[in-house]
Design a binder for this molecule. Structure first.
Ligand code: FAD
Length: 445
């Protein structure tokens, strides 16, 4: 028997600049790659879900890279702990004794629970289980107030984030050499399970499905980010969110680029770390209002209004354009996300959780921490949220950010023609209704 280490890919679908993989390669044992298509997650998705196709596409390319270097990656389909146990048993039969498992840490509630179960089983078997920080530059415990408690407001969090970075002797932004050290275990790995064998349609694996994200970081976009980021008709943002979600790029490489070329863009990457920290420290915020009294709001269970919002038929052009972009591409511009989310929670007075779930289903870059953070910001219930009486006027937002209607026309071709639907709710009335309802609920009336 030869001792080997397993490296478990999760939200890090790359071999380059990968912290956990580097640690596995330095462990002194040859490394075997592992991935599990997690049934617990996959069972809830539609058969056309393009995120599964995206993962499959990138995993195939990773498996090829493992093979080219003389190693191998085993991809399983099932429940992670069982899949790991089976893989370890199979490797044992082939003469490879797994002595350690390495992975990168995930901060969301389900992965935390999954990893705790794996850690407990590993400890009972005498297998080491090590988690590394790769998904963010500053893990949640690293940026705390001086009294050791977590920040709940972004600006002081961000200031401390920079302070911690400056104080570190070794910069956490330095790329790691995950390919250059140690050796790979030579194993005979089967091909990755097909998309169809896991219950998904082959179209879900068509790269055209994630074309909205299909480009490398464009330096020009970062350099002009501060001026262009709020113009939804332009390619003014970087579309890195899907790649960050699944770790097909390294956050360290993006942060280094941001530090050189755009403070504004770097700040957005720090918002992402802030929301990861919030979810970690306040896991209840995944499903409950961060500020409990906002759960007193008597939401309207307006199925019809919700259906019109989902379909992009509210009669508010910017809202409709955003929803149609989302439905067609799996992406929506950040400014428009804020407008559609505010419209649902304030104009329609529909529970932010309905919107959060719809985004979770449709967004290719869906990520629990940022999605909940964005929704709670829009509904006013979040940690550092827009005040409840600030109700975006969707018409003024359009005048400001899409004055010529270039973005709107792209997604709502019938806008400005008699066939466009009239507004489903009148702005002035809806705004006042939202303010009155919030005010009464928060006062405990
Ligand atoms: C209601 C709502 C829901 C959202 N849901 C998600 C989600 O599920 N997944 C997601 O990644 N982002 C979410 N966001 C944040 C933001 O809209 C997207 O990250 C951004 O639009 C992605 O486009 P980009 O990669 O071109 O961003 P860029 O503007 O180029 O920014 C670069 C990166 O910074 C991060 N970032 C930017 N803005 C934010 C932000 N406000 N909060 C957290 N991180 C940010 C993202 O990782 C992004 O890729 C949501 C925002 C709102 C208002």
């Amino acid at each position: 028997m030869s001792d080997v280490s397993l490296f478990w890919h999760r939200r890090d679908l790359r071999l380059e600049d990968n912290k956990g993989l580097e640690a596995a390669r330095l462990s002194g044992h040859p490394v075997v790659g592992f991935f599990c298509f997690d049934q617990h997650i996959l069972d809830r998705l539609s058969e056309l879900d393009r995120r599964v196709g995206f993962i499959h596409h990138h995993l195939t390319s990773i498996q090829n890279k493992y093979r080219e270097t003389g190693g191998g990656l085993i991809a399983a389909y099932g429940h992670p702990l069982k899949a790991l146990q089976d893989t370890i048993a199979e490797l044992g039969q082939a003469g490879h004794n797994v002595v350690s498992i390495y992975a990168n840490r995930d901060y969301a509630p389900y992965p935390v629970q999954r990893d705790a179960e794996v850690a407990s089983w590993c400890s009972s078997q005498g297998v080491a289980f090590e988690l590394h920080e790769d998904h963010v530059v500053m893990p949640p415990e690293k940026v705390l107030k001086d009294d050791g408690t977590p920040y709940t407001v972004f600006t002081p969090y961000s200031k401390k984030w920079h302070k911690v970075l400056e104080s570190m002797a070794a910069s956490p932004l330095t790329p790691v050499n995950s390919l250059g050290s140690g050796s790979w275990a030579s194993i005979d790995a089967k091909n990755i399970p097909t998309i169809e064998s896991m219950g998904f349609a082959s179209e879900s694996a068509d790269p055209a499905g994630w074309a909205a994200f299909d480009h490398k970081l464009d330096p020009g976009t970062v350099q002009s980010y501060a001026e262009m980021r709020d113009t939804p008709s332009a390619q003014g943002t970087t579309r890195m969110s899907l790649h960050l979600r699944f770790g097909t790029v390294s956050i360290r490489s993006l942060m280094r680029f941001g530090m050189k070329h755009s403070d504004k863009w770097l700040t957005e990457l720090i918002w992402r770390e802030f929301y990861q920290a919030i979810l970690h420290h306040f896991p209840h915020s995944a499903s409950d209002a961060f500020r409990a009294k906002y759960d007193r709001i008597p939401w309207r269970h307006d199925e019809e209004g919700f259906a019109a919002w989902c379909a992009g038929r509210t009669g508010y052009p910017l809202v409709d354009a955003g929803m149609r972009e989302l439905n067609a591409t799996g992406f929506m511009h950040n400014r428009v996300r804020m407008v559609v989310a505010s419209f649902l929670c304030k104009h329609l007075l529909i529970d932010w959780r309905w919107g959060e779930r719809y985004f979770a289903e449709k967004l290719l870059d869906y990520e629990l921490a940022s999605n909940v953070g964005g929704w709670q910001w829009a509904s006013g219930s979040g940690c550092d949220a827009a005040p409840y009486f600030r109700v975006f006027n969707p018409e003024s937002q359009m005048k400001k950010f899409d004055a010529k209607g270039v973005y709107v026309k792209r997604w709502v071709p019938e806008w400005d023609t008699p066939s466009y639907v009239p507004p489903i709710v009148e702005h002035k009335m809806a705004r006042q209704r939202a303010i009155d309802t919030y005010k009464a609920a928060l006062a405990g009336a």
